[in-house]
Design a protein around this ligand. Sequence first.
Ligand SMILES: [Fe+2]
Length: 133
Amino acid sequence: MEMDADRWVMHFQTNREQRLEPDWAAPVTLAADVVVKLVRSLEQFQLSDGGGPASLIAWNCESFRSSSAATRKLVDLWFEEEKEHTRLLFSAVSRFGGRPITSHWSFSVFCWVRRFSVRFELTVLLLTEIAAC
Ligand SMILES: [Fe+2]
């Protein structure tokens, strides 16, 4: 299956240019017990969605990145977008009174499995993104 690089470049550029900033100062209408559970989940999610290495880390990632100029550009754009996800999740964590965390056992496993192969890493990263939706 061939990747439509132009479509994905446009996707990332549109996201960058048209993303609306949430109203971080809006009143919190969730019950306190819900916020406690939510913030712990957000803290872990913020760590795994962009809180780790902002690049592919699989042992064979460079062969993938250098397979074409379009692939290199898409990977770079993707991780730029991941940095934005991290910023947004950091704001969400802060909004609910949480603090960013720097380690968690699930994050260690997440980073470890990403090194298996670039194909596996891409799958893991995409599953993370899908879960975020
Ligand atoms: Fe993300």
